[in-house]
Unconditional design. Structure first.
Length: 386
């Protein structure tokens, strides 16, 4: 299965995979016990668990759980704190389900997550009572992990193991010699990275020639892809082109995703067709990187600070990223190309800070947008605003 953290029922459970075989073994085993249930949305009811962990036994008895399910209830009390009644079953609700529950109840707002659990349960019940249509309830490892719209136009299940199998077939056909790099799964999403060493010249040849022309030699670049998907609406079936610089020990996502959303009766076949778009994505990204090589910055640290503010990199991570750039490059002039690679180090500091892979992947998406920003617009002297 791979290196795991925590027990599978826990909200903080995750597993790291060192091979595609491990990914497939884990996803297939999980899918065998997963349950997808369609029910009328207005028949779902929520109850609040106590926030007092000394009352675990009382909560187990109140909501008709068995003694063996005590740890499941206790973990829910530490996290989402809600029970959902689906049909005749009392089910613990996982934190990963919160966004989809709000979407299904057709309400939103950051304040909802800060409400006392009893108040949150009451609001959800009022909204669900007047809801029309069905809800598709996804249960995994003993808890409700998502609550989607029940119509296929709302949400379409794309089995994760089948997506991985399809991707393997397409990579072997289009990118022979590809190498599985790493994989990761938790209750929110699944992701994996492959390198494409045998296609380096085709995918990155023009970029490396441009690096040489600018006197940047000794580069150690490897093209690759990241695949992400989710059963909890965190991600569609998404593929991103990547470059890993083994010298910098940094990877950077090069564009927005090649994406198949879980909507409109999408199928695994639809996903396979999208893989053919990878090659043009790499070519477009190489052109963008080449363009940044020709953009001189007089105040690169200031430009980086403003760009990270625009793409919403967290302040603490942005500060650490800027300090790293200062140490390596000083305060003198540079290029937008160096600044872009400098920003890509933000993911290193996020991992060091204990961020989840889901948050790291989200930040990679933000950094990819910086590839197409007008860097000269932010090349302004003066003190950096807080």
């Amino acid at each position: 299965m791979g290196e795991t953290t925590g027990r599978a029922y826990r909200d903080d459970f995750c597993v790291h995979h060192s091979s595609l075989e491990e990914v497939l073994a884990y996803t297939k085993e999980t899918e065998e016990s997963d349950k997808w249930t369609t029910v009328s949305a207005n028949e779902i009811e929520f109850f609040a668990l106590s926030e007092d962990l000394s009352k675990v036994d009382e909560m187990v008895e109140t909501f008709f759980f068995s003694d063996e399910e005590g740890p499941l209830v206790e973990d829910t009390m530490k996290n989402m704190g809600l029970i959902a009644v689906v049909g005749t079953e009392f089910l613990c609700v996982r934190q990963s389900a919160f966004k989809t529950i709000l979407d299904r109840a057709k309400i939103s707002g950051n304040a909802l997550g800060r409400l006392p659990r009893k108040d949150l349960a009451d609001i959800l019940n009022y909204c669900m009572l007047v809801s029309r249509g069905d809800a598709l309830v996804y249960r995994s490892h003993g808890k409700v992990s998502a609550m989607h719209g029940g119509d296929k136009s709302d949400y379409c299940v794309l089995p994760i193991s089948e997506l991985y199998e399809a991707l393997r077939e397409e990579l072997e056909e289009r990118f022979p010699g590809n190498c599985f790099w790493s994989g990761y799964s938790d209750h929110c999403f699944s992701t994996a990275i492959w390198t494409l060493p045998e296609q380096k010249e085709d995918l990155l040849g023009s970029y490396e020639k441009e690096l040489d022309r600018h006197g940047i030699t000794g580069h150690t670049l490897i093209p690759g892809i990241r695949f992400t998907t989710s059963n909890t609406a965190m991600s569609g079936a998404n593929i991103y082109p990547y470059i890993t610089d083994t010298k910098r020990r940094t990877s950077v996502r090069l564009s927005t995703a090649i994406k198949v959303p879980h909507k409109n009766e999408a199928t695994v076949v639809d996903f396979k067709k999208e893989v053919e778009l990878l090659f043009p994505k790499f070519i477009d990204a190489s052109k963008a990187l080449n363009r940044l090589l020709g953009v001189d910055l007089f105040y690169p640290v200031n430009a980086m600070a403003e760009v990270m503010k625009q793409i919403k990199i967290p302040k603490k991570i942005a500060f650490e990223t800027l300090e790293s750039f200062r140490i390596k490059h000083g305060e003198g002039s540079s290029t937008a190309h160096e600044a872009f690679w400098g920003i890509s180090e933000a993911t290193f500091f996020m991992r060091a800070d204990g961020a989840s892979e889901a948050k790291v992947a989200e930040t990679e998406d933000k950094i990819a947008r910086a590839l197409h920003i007008n860097w000269k617009e932010y090349d302004i002297g003066g003190a950096i605003a807080a």
